[in-house]
Design a protein around this ligand. Structure first.
Ligand code: DGY
Length: 340
């Protein structure tokens, strides 16, 4: 039987390409071209599986044009690039890459919080520009982290990692809002108190966003929410662009409605709202929260292992819509047959 065909939609570590090539015919986009939807559809022709990243949109149009496709393995924990309902209807499995990035992403969330509250990049730019002429009592004076109230919107694995760092490392009080409340022993360990979203906005000295993007979290932080925050507060977004209304945030930063923001994700990235680029009280990073070498390698391995598991008839490691298998919509893994 011939090997299944797999598309790697973006460049990835060479050892991952080699690993997949031991099992599949691999078409790898190692020149890392960011394809349009039409190009992605063209590239998916005849492919049985796809290794995707968060920017590769798998929607109804792509699925309709790719009848042989049976599984998409995302090298990301977030999967808002998948239209999961359309995939399930089409009998296409989706997998993501949770857990392996939790601690690295929590490290980064905390680093971004500290850089923002303590004005690290702003002061470095000032120094590099040759503007430092004397020590002053209030030069780049920012907000304290230790002992402050840490707010977390979205208390999943990464949110809990950030809470743990704040509570155990910096003696912070933690308040959080989430779809569901944590068990009381977990709350006690994290020094965390469940509050309404409104209370979270009002009491947090530093608010970190770690919730998944969906239509219901679109602009979860807009002008009204920013106006509810303390004028001394810091906002950090390591979740997804679109959760914050970037235009409203740029205005709030300009008007000093809040003190500062740290942003790793943006609406319409890699484009940024031009007013954010102009603001000095914002730290900007290019969607790198999970970007340590060991973690990115672990994420890529997990996506690759899901593809290998599926096509060798093993259980998927991190399935998003396993009902596809039980509903028998997808052809047997051992045979790379068309869905149609
Ligand atoms: C994720 O894993 O969701 C990160 O944002 C990388 O895309």
């Amino acid at each position: 039987m011939s090997k299944p065909h797999i598309l790697l939609a973006r460049a990835v570590f060479p050892e991952i390409v080699d690993k997949l090539a031991r099992h599949f015919h691999v078409a790898a986009n190692q020149s890392d071209v960011v394809w349009t939807q039409a190009q992605l559809i063209e590239q998916l022709k005849g492919q049985h599986g796809a290794f995707t990243t968060g920017g590769d949109q798998i929607d109804a149009a792509v699925l309709a044009a790719s009848p042989e496709l049976r599984i998409c393995a995302n090298m990301a924990v977030g999967y808002n690039n998948f239209d999961l309902e359309a995939m399930t209807r089409a009998g296409v499995l989706g997998t993501n890459a949770p857990d392996v990035l939790t601690e690295t992403t929590a490290d980064f969330g905390f680093a971004l919080l500290m850089a923002t509250a303590r004005r690290i990049t702003e002061s470095e730019h000032y120094l590099r520009a040759g503007r430092w002429t004397k020590w002053s009592y209030d030069l780049f004076a920012g907000a304290d982290i230790h002992g402050a109230t840490l707010g977390i919107l979205g208390m999943g694995r990464i949110g809990q990692g950030i809470a743990r760092r704040g509570a155990h490392g910096f003696g912070m009080k933690v308040v959080y809002h989430n779809r569901s409340q944590l068990a009381s022993d977990v709350e006690a360990d994290l020094n965390a108190r469940y509050v309404s979203k409104q209370e979270l906005l009002e009491v947090a000295d530093h608010l970190v966003l770690v919730l998944p993007y969906s239509p219901s979290s679109h602009h979860a932080i807009g002008a009204a929410e920013l106006a509810s925050m303390k004028p001394t507060a810091t906002l950090v977004n390591i979740a997804r662009g679109g959760i914050v209304d970037d235009a409203a945030l740029a205005q709030a930063l300009r008007n000093k409605t809040i003190a500062a923001a740290g942003l790793d994700v943006f609406e319409g990235e890699p484009q940024l709202h031009p007013e954010l680029l102009k603001a000095s009280n914002v730290v900007l990073t290019p969607h790198i929260a999970s970007a340590s070498i060991p973690t990115r390698l672990a994420m890529a391995n997990l996506a690759a292992d899901n593809l290998i598991a599926f096509f060798t008839g093993q259980p998927l490691l991190t399935p998003l819509n396993p009902g596809v298998l039980t509903a028998g919509l997808t052809a047997q893994p051992s045979a790379p047959a068309s869905r149609t």
